[in-house]
Design a protein around this ligand. Structure first.
Ligand SMILES: *Cc1c(COP(=O)(O)O)cnc(C)c1O
Length: 374
């Protein structure tokens, strides 16, 4: 057994900060000195840069990825009586907002190799009440957006991309968040583009939807103190916008570092019996928010603790699929109904993944895995 001297975290956001500390500190101090903490040119500048980066005409910044999804549903008037199809294998925010607007989440099973929802099952779940589909590009891997858009167009459905884990990823050369009707992003610190606090953004090519989003995120106010709709308060702080503008310039570099780590992991893991490495679809360029393997034969939890003894920290995303969460008991899903998602929740293990993970640390992950499995 290799006794490690260093402990490798599953993610480390402090290291990244130290690489851009001078730039970030200067920008933050500038905002503090300006006295303009909400809105203003820094937030607008970030919206323009993020729209250009994503390849869309409109970007509306908001307070979180959760708010982005909520506002997107509201902008398309999705609510009571409507069904929204999504994956049960995602963070709760994706389905929580469907419930929050009064609509019904409809969960379909996933694909065992991509962890994203199965498009045949999406098509089969469409009913006369279906109004929208929320694809989640889980762990940074794109859903087949060509196939999904043709399903959606055939049934006149709205596609709301949950890009929270996939900022910078693309499908057939087009950035995610620019292919569906609307794209929702999170700048939570551990996402590929992470701020130093909460943050989110919504992208679209539809100026009317963007105008509606701007009203909804500011208390339903169209002209000052005249309220036309029930809105919320969802702003991106100027400090976060200043930090995100800087970090956006490095995003492609960081994503390439993640891709290099993933391919190094892949070379080794692809040949290990009992473990399934994540697969990428042809046409997709993923950004590896997580590198998630499947550990077969009920060995996941023991492997996880053995790795931890060797200083390799891992995460389990997600230990219970959403259709079996207590909050959704009233939807009536049974254990066994979405078997692939249920099995994945027992088998997944996310290895350390962040751009600054050194070659030595990657080796330690790989050798520890080898050691544990031999
Ligand atoms: C993080 C995340 C969200 C929510 O983003 P917040 O900024 O934390 O509100 C939504 N969907 C997915 C898939 C996420 O990973």
């Amino acid at each position: 057994m290799i006794k490690s001297e260093i402990s490798i975290p599953a993610f480390d956001i402090k290291q990244q900060y130290t690489t851009i500390e001078a730039e970030v500190s200067a920008a933050v101090l500038e905002v503090l000195a300006s006295g303009r903490y909400i809105g203003g040119s820094i937030v607008e500048g970030f919206e323009q840069k993020f729209a250009a980066y994503t390849g869309v005409s409109e970007c509306v910044a908001c307070n979180s990825g959760t708010d982005a999804l909520y506002l997107a549903l509201r902008a398309f008037n999705i609510g009571k009586g409507d069904e929204v199809i999504t994956t049960p294998f995602t963070f709760i925010a994706t389905s929580e907002v469907i419930s929050a607007v009064g609509a019904k989440p409809v969960f379909v099973d996933i694909n065992a190799t991509t962890f994203n929802f199965d498009l045949q099952q999406v098509a089969a779940a469409i009913t006369p009440n279906t109004k929208a589909i929320i694809p989640v590009h889980l762990f940074g891997q794109p859903v087949d957006m060509t196939a999904l858009m043709s399903i959606a167009e055939a049934h006149n459905l709205v596609v709301i991309e949950d890009c929270a884990q996939s900022t910078g990823a693309s499908w057939n050369g087009q950035k995610l968040g620019s292919i569906g009707h609307i794209g929702c992003f999170s700048f939570y610190p551990t996402k590929n583009l992470g701020g130093c606090g909460d943050g989110g953004a919504i992208t679209t090519n539809d100026p009317q939807i963007a105008a509606k989003l701007r009203i909804l995120k500011e208390h339903g106010q169209k002209t000052r103190y005249i309220y036309e709709d029930i809105g919320i308060n969802s702003r991106l702080d100027a400090i976060q916008a200043a930090i995100l503008q800087i970090k956006l310039r490095y995003l492609d570099i960081w994503n390439r570092q993640r891709q290099a780590i993933a391919s190094r992991y892949h070379q080794f893991i692809n040949q290990v019996p009992g473990i399934i490495a994540p697969q990428e679809l042809a046409g997709g360029e993923g950004v590896w928010n997580q590198y998630t393997i499947r550990v077969l034969n009920e060995k996941r939890d023991s492997l996880r603790s053995q790795l931890q003894e060797r200083g390799v920290n891992t995460m389990i995303y997600y230990p219970r699929p959403l259709h079996l969460q207590p909050v959704y008991a009233s939807l009536g899903y049974q254990t066994g109904q979405l078997p692939i998602a249920e099995q994945a929740s027992q088998e997944v293990l996310s290895l350390p993944m962040f751009p600054e993970l050194s070659l030595e640390e990657q080796d330690q992950v790989i050798y520890s895995l080898k050691d544990c499995l031999s």
